[in-house]
Design a protein around this ligand. Structure first.
Ligand code: 5GP
Length: 190
């Protein structure tokens, strides 16, 4: 296996999914593997873009059948899991594969993928206050969901030291952040 799996992690509100979207637009040459989730589809999302939307029963069947490289219950309520088959095929073929997961996924992937095939990038912001502002300012999130995201954020904020790289996503400088992440991926996949 000589491909590279690039895992993007970071606390809720750090902007890691915006970074992922930017990478997907600017670098179609990389592989962006799908995950499955039991959360509801949001406006503007399509099955098969980033997620397959599963029922709880289908997800649990997938666990039984070994469909996932890792899976976790995220924000205390929904299953998320990275689909194993196509991802492992891409790594076998020597490709560069990029995916964001939560910190539980990160811990499982570190156990499952050999060190030489894995690169981890932690996206963060200069301080926790900024994260709380960003989580609160998000549209379409219920009060309950907001509380759960804040709890995840506190748990995840201090995990940068466990990653290979850390990139600060400064407010208003998303494009620079995307470029920094892209530079890391390029240097790691050469
Ligand atoms: P969202 O529902 O906002 O798309 O994602 C919520 C959280 O789930 C984010 O922290 C995201 O990184 C995480 N996530 C997305 N896909 C996966 C996955 O396949 N596995 C794990 N463990 N977490 C995931």
């Amino acid at each position: 296996m000589n491909g590279k799996l690039i895992i993007i992690v970071g606390p809720s509100g750090s902007g890691k999914s915006s970074v992922m979207h930017g990478l997907m637009r600017a670098h179609p040459e990389y592989i962006y593997p799908l995950s499955a989730t039991t959360r509801a589809m949001r406006e503007g999302e399509k099955d098969g873009d980033i997620y397959h939307f599963y029922t709880k029963e289908k997800f649990e069947e997938g666990i039984e059948n070994g469909e996932f490289l890792e899976y976790a219950i995220v924000h205390q309520d929904n299953y998320y899991g990275l689909l194993k088959g196509p991802l492992m095929d891409s790594l076998e073929n020597g490709e560069t594969v990029v995916r964001e997961v939560d910190i539980q996924g990160f811990d499982s992937i570190r156990e499952a993928i050999p060190k030489e095939n894995l690169v981890t990038i932690f996206i963060t912001v200069p301080n926790k206050g900024e994260l709380i502002d960003r989580i609160v300012s998000r549209a379409a999130i219920s009060a309950d969901e907001l509380e759960k995201r804040k709890e995840s954020m506190h748990r995840e904020f201090n995990r940068a030291k466990d990653c290979d790289y850390m990139v600060e996503n400064i407010h208003g400088e998303l494009e620079k952040t995307i470029q920094k992440v892209a530079d890391i991926i390029k240097s790691e996949s050469e």
